[in-house]
Design a protein around this ligand. Structure first.
Ligand code: FAD
Length: 526
């Protein structure tokens, strides 16, 4: 039996590792086809200290059960004697976030008050959302479940800037988030229940997995795009029998004989991502390549879901973020951040500038963030949740801005006018346009996301963030790990099933702490 995996993001790599570890498939019998030049998908690390790095931010918690189970088998990049999971736990237990300035207004004041500005009504609405069956929320927006004032509360600003939710997004997805992350809510301001990787996510997660799979003999083909999958013509059954791929301009067709399995990654949060520079805005190519295979197959087989629910020009305004990575060699930026926030470098989680039109958030990483980062260089990451709005100081939409323009708007919003010239001279800001990054929050209906093993499938599994996994939340690597574990378990019937999705609402300690915040008649919005 051979396994053919399409997509070398965290989901595809996890699928290969579960095949080996849980199902006993020999590594040399597994092939991964990845369209990009590098493995990793949404967990990327671009650039270098000279040209400026480009990477995503990092938000995890201790209940990524499938992820941490898998990664305890994988040696970490920093110390092969220590697993990736142990590295995660050791680092976060010894370096918990203690964010002292989670939200900051235009005057540099920290926005924080009792009960996160929630009224009794807001608390009741949150509780009601948590208890409403998901099927009743189908087609409803978050805005339909709360009074307008809720969206100006400290709670909503803290939550939405960490999780990416907007009022027009899916109420069903927010319900999942609340029930899954209830244990984080009492500390949503200091972020002490939120975890991060020790180093950037590519080096922490992707490189060790790729190294382990390579040592096991897995074949990994980069620069290889699968353009079609053939199916046996047999009513009521879904059996893949052919893969067509393109590589270096050549097309190849390979048979999938009976007994082989095929695991496909459908779609990507980083679809159509483009990267700019200090002097150039990102130039978007509307390629649509990341969901082309899903679209092609779903047109022939409706049981494979509806990519048009998540991908299409009409969704970009509800799904886009513009991220940016700052590489700085001076001390001015970090010194000014310490003075403003009261957090030593790396001890605060995210600073969100609530009066900025783009709703800018900035994460000052624990340094070094990157293995091999030169001494005296620091790396920071941020993003704008509303990039389609016009900046205050730079009168442009964020996605049309160069790195220098984004950095200037950021520094002026932070009030670092005195240090501006010195920081601009010693920093490189790389902008990164991600038009679909937030599309997992879009309103969806039943059947839009297919299950990890679709109806009638005999040898086809689906992985990634666009499959349906009850109760879990999709903007996480855990979702991709869970889908991979489930697909392998169901298709091959070997190894244990995945652990249950953590539901904080059934954890008495988490529930009690959250109720103190949600249901509090004495709390009133000023
Ligand atoms: C800015 C940002 C920040 C994030 N922060 C966090 C975080 O803090 N915590 C967290 O848990 N998660 C985070 N995520 C989400 C995380 O990146 C994803 O959950 C994870 O990377 C998804 O992995 P995946 O393999 O399912 O999909 P992807 O990473 O999207 O990988 C899919 C891969 O499949 C390839 N592919 C697609 N179609 C084909 C084809 N036809 N042929 C060959 N290859 C194909 C693509 O090129 C891609 O490499 C973040 C994502 C982004 C973008």
């Amino acid at each position: 039996m051979r396994a053919h995996i399409v997509g070398g993001g965290f989901g595809g790599l996890a699928a290969a590792a579960f095949l080996i570890r849980n199902a006993g498939v020999p590594g040399p019998d597994i092939t991964i086809y990845e369209a990009d030049a590098r493995m990793g998908g949404g967990l990327f690390l671009g650039g270098d200290a000279k040209t400026g790095y480009n990477l995503p931010g990092s938000v995890f918690d201790s209940e990524f059960r499938c992820t941490f189970d898998l990664l305890q088998s994988i040696p970490s990049a920093s110390d092969p004697g220590v697993s990736v999971t142990k590295e995660f736990f050791d680092f976060n237990e010894s370096h918990p976030f203690d964010d002292r300035a989670r939200l900051i207004d235009r005057n540099g004041r920290v926005v924080h008050g009792p009960r996160f500005g929630l009224t009794w009504r807001d608390g009741f609405d949150l509780l009601r959302l948590s208890l409403t069956p998901e099927s009743w929320l189908e087609g409803r927006r978050i805005a339909d479940c709360f009074v307008p004032g809720f969206f100006a509360s400290e709670f909503w600003l803290c939550y939405s800037t960490v999780m990416g939710s907007l009022p027009q997004h899916s109420a069903a997805e927010l319900r999942r988030y609340i029930n899954r992350t209830l244990h984080m809510l009492p500390s949503i301001s200091d972020m002490s229940n939120i975890w991060r990787t020790r180093f950037d996510q590519y080096q922490t997660l992707i490189e060790p997995l790729v190294a382990w799979l390579g040592a096991e003999g897995v074949e990994m083909h980069t620069g290889t795009r699968v353009v079609d999958v053939g199916f046996v013509d047999s009513p009521g059954q879904l059996t893949a029998n052919r893969l067509d791929y393109e590589r270096d301009g050549a097309s190849t067709s390979i048979p999938v004989p009976p007994g082989d399995i095929v695991l496909l990654t459908f779609g990507s949060q980083v679809a159509d991502m483009s990267v700019g520079s200090m002097t150039a805005a990102p130039r978007r190519e509307r390629a649509g390549r990341s969901w082309a295979l899903w679209k092609r197959l779903a047109e022939r087989r409706p049981e494979l879901g509806r990519p048009e629910t998540f991908f299409g020009e009409e969704y970009v305004s509800d799904a886009r973020w513009v991220g940016f990575t700052v590489t700085t060699t001076g001390t001015e930026f970090l010194d000014a951040m310490v003075a403003l926030t009261g957090n030593q470098t790396g001890t605060g989680g995210l600073v969100s500038l609530v009066d900025s039109a783009w709703l800018l958030s900035l994460s000052v990483f624990h340094q070094p963030e990157i293995i091999g980062q030169p001494e005296g260089t620091a790396v920071l990451w941020g993003y704008g949740l509303f990039p389609e709005r016009t900046g205050h100081f730079v009168p442009k939409r964020m996605e049309a801005c160069t790195g220098a323009e984004i950095l200037e708007e950021l520094l002026r919003q932070l009030g670092f006018v005195r240090q501006l010239d010195a920081i601009m001279a010693s920093s490189i800001c790389i902008p990164c346009d991600m038009p679909y990054v937030n599309n997992i929050w879009l309103i969806r209906g039943r059947g839009d996301r297919p299950p990890p093993v679709p109806r009638g499938s005999t040898n086809l599994g689906l992985v990634g963030q666009y499959v349906e996994l009850p109760r879990d939340v999709a903007f996480t690597i855990e979702y991709s790990a869970r889908a991979a574990w489930e697909a392998v378990h169901i298709l091959l019937g070997r190894g244990p099933p995945p652990p249950r999705v953590y539901q904080a609402r059934f954890d008495p300690q988490a529930l009690f702490a959250a109720l103190k915040v949600f249901v509090n008649p004495r709390s009133a919005r000023p």
